[in-house]
Design a protein around this ligand. Structure first.
Ligand code: DGL
Length: 247
């Protein structure tokens, strides 16, 4: 199995980390559109155009599957990517909805969805969760977390002030959907803000759950081949990948 993983930038490496932990693929080809990140502040047509260009890039490799690690792209451009790709394309929104419904049995549980402005405006998670009969949904755009993660501010005063800024008026949720590639890197801070009773839904783990639910994996690959591509400064992406993924 050869998989392509697409993100607007480096954040999708959090999904690659989950794939590596579960050893599902023989080869992982990562493409981050680092020249044009962030997507979360762009409009629908632009996001779709960039996403289709990513599919064209992936046509250079004979892929069995494309995983859209970017929540913003999954929210706006998944069906367009599926139409133009010659292999299946799956995205983190569908995966996150499925993982939430597996983890949370009470349909009246309080679920908080956080993501970029574009993801939240799309209502993609809310629509998916409503279709699963969840009724208590709160969606909040938390775009400041993206540059904080890019600056590797995973702890400290600025992050704490930002958590307070976004969450101080919210009731403690039963679950939080980390609806942005970058947010798994601040899981500890979010978890300690809300406390142990709040379950966090991570896109990478959710994708693994969706893959195992939908596809048969006969083999595990101890050391998948990894290739990293970026539309700008691929060396910087490879360096971050080495650090984050320990490869
Ligand atoms: N990858 C994006 C997402 O998951 C976050 C960064 C961006 O805005 O492009 O929504």
């Amino acid at each position: 199995m050869k998989v392509g993983v697409f993100d607007s930038g480096i954040g999708g490496l959090t999904v690659v980390k989950s794939l590596l932990e579960h050893q599902l693929f023989e080869e992982i080809i990562y493409f981050g559109d680092t020249a044009r990140v962030p997507y979360g502040s762009k409009d629908k047509n632009t996001i779709i155009r960039y996403a289709i260009e990513a599919v064209e890039f992936f046509k250079n490799f004979k892929l069995d599957l494309i995983i859209v690690a970017c929540n913003t792209v999954s929210a706006y451009a998944l069906s367009e990517m599926q139409e133009s790709a010659s292999c299946p394309v799956i995205g983190v929104v569908e995966a996150g909805v499925l993982a939430t419904s597996n983890a949370i049995k009470d349909k009246e549980a309080n679920i908080l969805i956080i993501g970029t402005n574009a993801t939240i405006n799309s209502k993609a998670y809310e629509n998916g969760l409503s279709a699963m009969a969840f009724t208590q949904l709160t969606a909040k755009a938390t775009p400041l977390f993206v540059p904080l993660v890019e600056e590797t501010l995973f702890t400290g005063k600025i992050l704490e002030a930002t958590l307070e800024h976004y969450f101080k008026e919210l009731k403690t949720p039963n679950a939080v959907i980390l609806g942005c590639t970058h947010f798994p890197l601040i899981t500890d801070a979010i978890a300690s803000y809300f406390g142990e009773s709040t379950k966090l839904i991570h896109s990478g783990d959710a994708i693994v759950e969706l893959l195992e639910h939908r596809f048969d994996f006969y083999k595990r690959y101890a050391k998948p081949k990894l290739k990293f591509f970026a539309s700008e400064n691929p060396e910087a992406l490879r360096k971050i990948a080495q650090e984050w993924l320990d490869v």
